[in-house]
Design a protein. Structure first.
Ligand SMILES: NC(=O)C1=CN([C@@H]2O[C@H](COP(=O)(O)OP(=O)(O)OC[C@H]3O[C@@H](n4cnc5c(N)ncnc54)[C@H](OP(=O)(O)O)[C@@H]3O)[C@@H](O)[C@H]2O)C=CC1
Ligand SMILES: CC(=O)C(=O)O
Ligand SMILES: [Mg+2]
Length: 753
């Protein structure tokens, strides 16, 4: 529930998709392919053995291939979101998107397949023979009524789950939201009057599931582009619409909305007016779920009804009723029991699991996923957000259990508690961490000054910073030049950006006075200070922060780290008693590891290493991790004592003499620090879990390690964060990419809170 709306521009969306490797997906091998032997095992001749095994017993395909964790997202693009029939190829970004959401939220591997036909038989024939490849089929954005025929025929033909997400995924989430909305308004499903706008894939499935929950047939009115679906209507009808036709004299959506308790919109943008909402019953429930733009916005509803419970399909309003809350977890549960199908019992189990989760108290670590504001079950929180880390351990077990209870599970789960723990462990904790940090920045936006304001990369980062709702970017540079660059790049307007030209700023006298007071006894005349403020953008930007005109600063794209640091140090001091150093954040293999010092001290003394450990532990805690510090060297606990390992040992001994509130130990090698089994070789080790903070013996080691991890290890390396300054100021490495610059700016803003 972000308090600030995230706006993405068209350019950003295109750049996001085109940058680096085009698209959002790649395929990665799970086995080594390095040697002749690997090749002999993976391919001929070794591969013949699993071939024979599978031919003899089909169920072993789940053991020897990726089938059991692989879902195909298949579309023909005839109903892409609410954008209409734009064809198979145009649907690919959405299908790739669904595939990556499968991975991100439930660790399900997924591939998109776009089938270029609108013919029902051709489509069915393209999919029906693909069963051996996959553990499940997620049909997507196929328009009604063809989708009903396609899904039901494929369900009959295939022995794996075939699930049209726009139908059932949406129905499950809408049902979960409705269960809670009715609970909150004290209305019974037996008594309410429901209007559904749209009579396509999503709407028909929603109304069917809600009727299964107890809504009487005659209490629901469906509308489509021709108005109310009444008994006897002939225009634009089909058997699925007819099944929900009622006897009524209402003919338009406007008529139907009179006195209705619930509105479910699965149609198109702007289909509902304020007048229609005003005419609804007290405490109306309005789910305007058309994507990307709802039938009516929450602001418009709010203008006429303060007693409504409102949901949309979007992530930037409270109550996101979107099938992303369901499909990753529903398939996770179905795959884990090797289900033959996803039946109604499994769908209802998922709906209840989601509804129940919203009623549970939100623990501290989960509150973090909610943009700093702890959600409380109520009108603005009827349903969990997609980033709620509890979804993975709540929904799949409910789905799996229902599959087992209804006899469609081919491999029952023996111990649900163990299964739940395994599910939680599947999520990458780093993603959650940064989501939390960035959400908190959005909740308390900051003014961040970008010293190198004329650089194209800086401008892009500043616009992304603004669009992400992190705060107001302040660019230092010449206005004309910056405006021209923005125009040349074909980018958005500069609205929401501030530009300060150091040469004609009204602040320069104040900053020169400030700088002179600091530097007069360091050999600088007043006019030297004036020149620095006027000419050096790092000095000007740092003065803005030091004088309270900005909350934080970012620089470094165009100068060496050391030169930028030297500039900044003229204006800002370290925190008294603290040391200045760099802390890099490494995200790799689902782990977050912090490396220090990656920026400043070439050959730290034992005291410096001890200080770096202590200060790193503080920062890591502020970022939401419990620090476990390993002092690294080329030896383990004195087994090869030389000068450099002795320095590290002395650092540990120094910390031993101080009062500390975090785990640390050393010296040790990196593999011992990170690998639980190897840790076991040293039973006296004081770390209870593998380390997450690695204090490196020297600058050259730490920077080398960070660079190798990034280039060869596939790790994301953020930073280094500059630690120990009395103001939140960050220096990025030369040539940093725009996305890293945005991440570091957001982290800087976070540190400024
Ligand atoms: N929030 C979520 O999770 C989800 C949202 N959706 C959204 O629901 C919408 C429909 O998707 P889907 O069911 O897959 O698409 P379909 O093409 O299957 O159905 C679209 C339906 O909308 C109706 N419609 C179109 N224009 C209007 C109008 N002005 N007034 C009333 N009804 C209208 C069509 O009427 P007719 O039959 O007369 O042509 C049709 O019944 C999309 O906006 C989609 O983004 C879908 C899935 C999930
Ligand atoms: C969310 C989704 O699947 C849709 O709008 O089509
Ligand atoms: Mg869809």
């Amino acid at each position: 529930m972000s308090t600030k709306r995230t706006v993405v521009s068209e350019q950003e969306a295109l750049l996001f998709h085109s940058q680096g490797r085009p698209g959002k997906l790649e395929i990665v091998a799970t086995k080594p392919m390095a040697t002749q032997r690997d090749l002999s095992l993976a391919y001929s001749p070794g591969v013949a053995i699993p071939v024979h095994a599978i031919a003899a017993d089909a169920s072993t395909a789940y053991d020897y291939t990726s089938k059991g964790n692989l879902v195909a997202v298949i579309s023909n693009g005839t109903a892409i979101l609410g954008l209409g029939n734009l064809g198979a190829l145009a649907s690919k970004p959405v299908m790739e998107g669904k595939a990556v959401l499968f991975k991100r939220f439930a660790d399900v591997d997924s591939i998109d397949l776009e089938v270029d036909t609108e013919d029902v038989e051709e489509f069915i024939n393209s999919v029906r023979y693909l069963g051996p490849s996959f553990g499940g089929i997620n049909l997507e954005d196929i328009k009604a009524p063809e989708c009903f025929v396609i899904e039901s025929r494929l369900r009959e033909m295939m022995d794996i789950p075939v699930f049209h997400d726009d139908q059932h995924g949406t129905a499950i989430i809408a049902a979960a939201g409705l269960i809670n909305a009715l609970d909150l308004t004290g209305k019974s499903i037996k008594d309410i009057r429901v209007v559904v706008n749209g009579a396509g894939a999503a709407s028909i499935a929603c109304i069917e599931l809600i009727k299964r929950l107890g809504l009487p047939h005659e209490n629901a009115i469906l509308c489509d582009s021709k108005g109310v679906i009444y008994q006897g209507r002939t225009e634009g009808m089909n058997q699925w619409k007819s099944a929900h036709a009622v006897v009524t004299d209402k003919r338009s959506l406007e008529d139907a909305m009179q006195g209705a308790d619930v509105f479910l919109g699965l149609s198109v943008k702007g289909a509902v007016t304020r007048e229609m909402v005003a005419a609804m019953a007290p405490q109306p429930v309005i789910f305007a779920m058309a994507n990307p733009d709802p039938e009516i916005t929450p602001e418009e509803v709010e203008a006429v009804r303060s007693d409504a419970i409102v949901a949309t399909g979007r992530s930037d309003y409270p109550n996101q009723v979107n099938n992303v809350l369901g499909f990753p977890y529903i398939f996770r549960g179905a795959l884990d029991v090797r289900a033959r199908t996803i039946n109604d019992e499994m769908k209802l189990a998922a709906a209840h699991a989601i509804a129940n989760l919203a009623r549970e108290d939100v623990p501290d670590e989960v509150a973090a996923a909610y943009a700093g504001s702890r959600p409380q079950y109520g009108a603005k929180y009827i349903i969990p957000v997609p980033f709620d880390p509890r979804l993975i351990s709540h929904i799949p077990p409910a789905v799996a259990k229902a599959a087992m209870d209804t006899g469609v599970a081919r491999r029952p789960i023996i111990d649900m508690k163990v299964y739940r723990d395994e599910l939680s462990a599947r999520l990458d904790p780093a993603v959650g961490l940064f989501q939390r940090v960035f959400d908190e920045v959005r909740a308390t936006p900051k003014r961040v000054v970008f010293a190198e304001g004329e650089e194209e990369k800086t401008i892009r980062a500043a616009l992304a910073f603004r669009n992400s709702g992190y705060g107001t970017p302040v660019l230092v540079g010449r206005e004309e030049r910056i405006r021209q660059t923005i125009e040349d790049m074909g980018l958005d307007t500069e609205a929401g950006l501030e530009i300060h030209n150091a040469r004609n700023s009204t602040h320069t006298t104040r900053y020169s006075d400030f700088l002179y007071a600091r530097l007069q006894r360091r050999g600088q005349l007043y006019r030297d200070c004036q020149r620095l403020v006027n000419n050096d953008r790092n000095i000007f930007a740092a003065c803005m922060v030091a004088n309270g005109d900005a909350d934080a600063m970012v620089t470094g794209l165009t100068r060496s780290y050391a030169a930028s640091l030297e500039d900044v140090r003229k204006v800002v001091d370290p925190v008294p008693g603290s040391r200045i150093f760099g802390l890099s954040v490494v995200l790799a293999k689902g782990r977050t590891i912090y490396l220090a010092d990656t920026a400043v001290d070439e050959q730290p003394t034992p005291q410096a290493l001890a200080d770096i450990a202590r200060q790193s532990a503080d920062v890591v805690r502020r970022l939401g991790h419990e620090p476990r510090v390993a002092f690294l060297s080329y030896s383990n606990f004195g087994n090869r004592p030389r000068t450099s390992s002795t320095t590290v040992r002395e650092a540990v001994a120094l910390l031993d003499q101080q009062e500390t509130d975090f785990e640390y130990d050393g010296e040790m090698m990196a593999d011992v620090a990170l690998n639980r089994q190897l840790m076991g070789l040293y039973p006296f080790m004081r770390l209870t879990e593998p380390a997450n903070v690695l204090v490196m013996p020297s600058l050259s080691t730490s920077i080398t390690v960070a660079k190798i991890l990034k280039e060869l290890g596939g790790a994301t390396v953020i930073g280094p964060l500059l630690v120990g300054m009395s103001q939140p100021i960050q220096i990025v490495p030369l040539g940093t990419a725009v996305s890293d610059l945005v991440n570091l700016s957001a982290l800087t803003a976070y540190m400024a809170r």
